[in-house]
Design a protein around this ligand. Structure first.
Ligand code: ACM
Ligand code: ZN
Length: 766
């Protein structure tokens, strides 16, 4: 621990003496905009409690609002000084000045919200000890909208956990909780007069057949909204329409096009049954729900969803088609715009504004009083289009903001580098970018996993949205993140991995008959940990003994070190003699920083077979967007895992796999197999047919029996399926393998008619 502190002080000094802003040397996340140190310290325990010097009800509430945060440290042994809160109406909204002197503290702001941000700064400082450094902090947010989406539809999140989330948000100066309350898998809001919502729509059948789910009562919601308000956080409710509504249709099937019946969904995905746009009962139902929502939530903004609504039911529904004729709508995309526009008018007539996912741009935005705010998630195109059309936008692209993704895919550095303002926008357009959100979708995240996915990445997002992006500040951010443990402790949270800092790459050295394993530390982290004791430890597991691609056992401090250096970790290669036919092995590597495991372990499979390292030719190239697209992936001895990103899969868009391997000499072959992935939500389907062929000379080919499969294209789970044939001792030099792409997404799919993908990995020859 002592070493850690010394390293950080040293690091801080280096940064302070350099060109970077000295604000980054304070142990605060997000970093304040400006910090002028004055020398000396102020002992918070010697200050009398807070004095609010503003004659205004809302300002006086700051005293009670600060109690949970500063109560435990302020005024333990009160001396003459105090924490004075004052108003300066010249300060812009949300800006604050915190002047810390040995004898007392003055916090000045233009609004109570600005003052509350100052109190959070003070709280973070106090978590490192009652004595805080003297000086002047001048601070204000880069973006006014700093949010988090919490999906409570897939997994019901208990009220106490939501309060913990609100505490975490407040401490990191977020000001919006985007509460995703309705989903195909569960409706969470009690609404008077609609008992089916809480009796039916709130419950799904769990994997063991049990009833799982829950809902928030009116009292629960009021409690959460009030708790958030005490932390200057606005709760923006999201009521999804017209799609992601199977749960409500299970309770009220008459609101669908077909009439049902339906069960609350048990699978994540995009489901075709949505609200009927031709049925006026739907709008009466939604107005009833939204009237209650407006009663519960003071937020000006109400989120209406609008994403991922397949139009196949509308295409064959007489009422929807009649609506299109009556309203002069050219197609179903315009019908969706009309639907959202109708609800927007209803809310606008009550003084509220809507937010919708970027899909609501597709049928043209319906203009009226307020205008919709667009939340851009499929990249930033939605934000660009919205801003250019004069609409506001909130930016939360999958590339930076989807915290349900593994930290190996979306790590703290990627999040920290997030800039919600797309480069394409000019200054006047950029003013429409309100800010950003981190999105936590919870199909695979039960309540107990939630904190590990939010922390530590929320700290990086806080800095991107409050301080503003500056890539040069990443090392100082990581240094502050290292010091951030008291904040996580205060929340009672154990943060998850910040990144996957080590990669293992495997290679077969054909000449030497050796498997070479290369361990590499992420280049970006090398500078960050310069001077620290770094060790990469490695452990092998028999494939059969290890749960499929779920690292539940990984290297610990007793595992052998492959790389051990005081500072600079050079890539290291281990060599293992190997021959085809040996049992498969899994290699795991874990980085230890000063004896502590850091980040997620790296995992690589080794699955030796006859085609290892042999030349492969492809009739159609693999997409360069996925790592498996590089040469040799098909026969590298490592197999793709359940995620198509960041692993060994090669993707083929619109075409299939058509690969020929040269075994180098005539070889006896008894077994051929290959694996494909289906992830229908990501437009990836199993091939319609898999064909194997062999040849002695590369000219004269012999076909083996083709293989099909019985997996429906509607299967929502990710499925890895092997296709194997017994080859019966053929004598082959060349082996050809084809996986036929169905070429376009099926009619039920949101990508209907567009090219779909085949993902393949590892052709195994034995
Ligand atoms: C979304 O991720 N469907 C907004
Ligand atoms: Zn309909």
């Amino acid at each position: 621990m002592k070493n850690l502190v010394i390293a950080l002080i040293f690091f801080g000094f280096v940064i302070g003496a350099g060109a970077m802003a000295t604000a980054a040397t304070l142990p605060i996340v997000p970093a304040p905009q400006q910090w002028e140190p004055a020398g000396g310290v102020c002992d918070l325990s010697q200050l009398a409690r807070i004095v609010v010097d503003v004659d205004d009800e809302q300002w006086r509430e700051l005293e009670a609002q600060s109690a949970p945060w500063l109560g435990p440290v302020l005024g333990q042994e009160p001396g003459p000084g105090h924490l004075l809160i004052t108003r300066d109406t010249d300060l812009p909204d949300d800006q604050y000045r915190l002047e810390v002197r040995p004898s007392g503290i003055t916090l000045t702001a233009g609004t109570p919200t600005g003052a509350f941000s100052g109190l959070m700064t003070l709280t973070q400082l106090s978590l490192h000890g009652a004595s805080i450094p003297c000086g002047l902090i001048t601070d204000s947010p880069r973006f006014g909208w700093r949010g988090m989406l919490l999906d409570c539809g897939r997994h019901f999140m208990p009220v106490p956990l939501i309060k913990e989330v609100l505490d975490a948000l407040a401490l990191h100066k977020f000001n919006v909780l985007h509460w995703h309350l309705t989903e195909d898998q569960g409706w969470r809001l009690e609404v008077p007069g609609l008992p089916g919502l809480t009796e039916t729509a709130a419950w799904r059948t769990g994997p063991d057949g049990q009833r799982v789910g829950g809902f928030y009562t009116t009292e629960d919601v009021r409690e959460i909204v009030a708790y958030a308000a005490e932390r200057h956080i606005t709760v923006v409710p999201e009521i999804e329409m017209p799609g992601h509504t199977v749960a409500v249709l299970a309770a009220y099937p008459e609101l669908s096009c077909s009439g049902g019946p339906f069960d609350v969904e048990t699978q994540w995905g995009i489901h075709p049954d949505i609200f009927c746009a031709g049925n006026d009962e739907v709008f009466a139902f939604l107005e009833k729900v939204l009237t209650h929502v407006m009663d519960l939530f003071p937020s000006t903004y109400i989120h209406l969803g609008g994403d991922e609504a397949p139009k196949e039911r509308w295409q064959v529904c007489d009422r929807c088609q009649a609506r299109m004729r009556d309203e002069g709508l050219a197609n179903e995309a315009e019908l969706q715009s009309w639907f959202i526009g109708r609800m927007e008018k209803f809310l606008a007539s009550h003084g509220r504004q809507i937010i919708g996912w970027d899909e609501i741009l597709e049928g043209g935005l319906v203009e009226n009083s307020g205008g919709a705010t667009i939340q851009s998630w499929r990249g930033t195109d939605g934000a660009i289009a919205a801003a250019r059309a004069g609409h506001d936008a909130i930016v939360s692209p999958t590339s930076h903001a989807y915290f349900d993704y593994d930290p190996g895919v979306l790590d703290v550095q990627q999040v920290h580098g997030f800039n919600p303002v797309p480069e394409e926008l000019d200054e006047s357009e950029a003013r429409h970018i309100l800010g950003g959100e981190m999105n936590l979708w919870t199909e695979y995240i039960p309540p107990e996993r939630l904190p590990r996915l939010i922390a530590p990445r929320m700290a990086a997002m806080a800095e991107a949205l409050w301080t503003g992006t500056n890539e040069d500040e990443f090392p100082t951010f990581l240094a502050r993140l290292e010091q951030h443990q008291p904040v996580w402790d205060h929340l009672g949270w154990t943060p998850g991995a910040a990144a996957r800092p080590v990669t293992i790459s495997g290679r077969y050295d054909i000449e030497a008959g050796q498997h070479k394993l290369r361990f590499e530390l992420d280049e970006r982290l090398r500078a960050v940990f310069a001077g620290d004791e770094l060790v990469i430890r490695h452990q092998e597991f028999a494939r059969a003994d290890y749960p499929d691609h779920r690292p539940e056992v990984w290297p610990d401090e007793q595992s052998p070190a492959v790389v051990n250096a005081e500072s600079d970790i050079a890539p290291e290669e281990l060599s293992r003699p190997c021959s085809p036919g040996e049992p498969a092995v899994l290699h795991l590597a874990q980085l230890f920083v000063r004896g502590q495991a850091y980040g997620a372990p790296a995992l690589a499979e080794w699955n030796p077979h006859l085609a290892l390292g042999r030349p492969v030719t492809l009739a159609d190239p693999a997409s360069s967007r996925y790592p498996g697209g590089s040469v040799g992936w098909l026969v590298d001895g490592q197999r793709g895992g359940p995620s198509f990103r960041g692993e060994h899969w090669a993707g083929f868009e619109g075409v299939g796999l058509n690969a020929t391997v040269d075994l180098g000499q005539i070889t006896e072959v008894n077994h051929l197999s290959v694996r494909f992935l289906q992830d229908a939500n990501s437009w990836i389907f199993l091939p319609t047919e898999v064909r194997f062929a062999w040849s002695e000379d590369g000219t004269d080919w012999h076909e083996l029996p083709a293989i099909t499969h019985a997996l429906p294209d509607k299967e929502q789970r990710k499925v890895i399926q092997g296709f194997a044939v017994a080859a019966g001792g053929i004598k082959a030099r060349y082996v050809r393998i084809q996986g036929l792409n169905r070429e376009i997404c099926p009619d039920w799919h949101p990508g209907k008619g567009l090219p779909c993908w085949v993902f393949a990995d590892e052709l195994v020859v034995r």
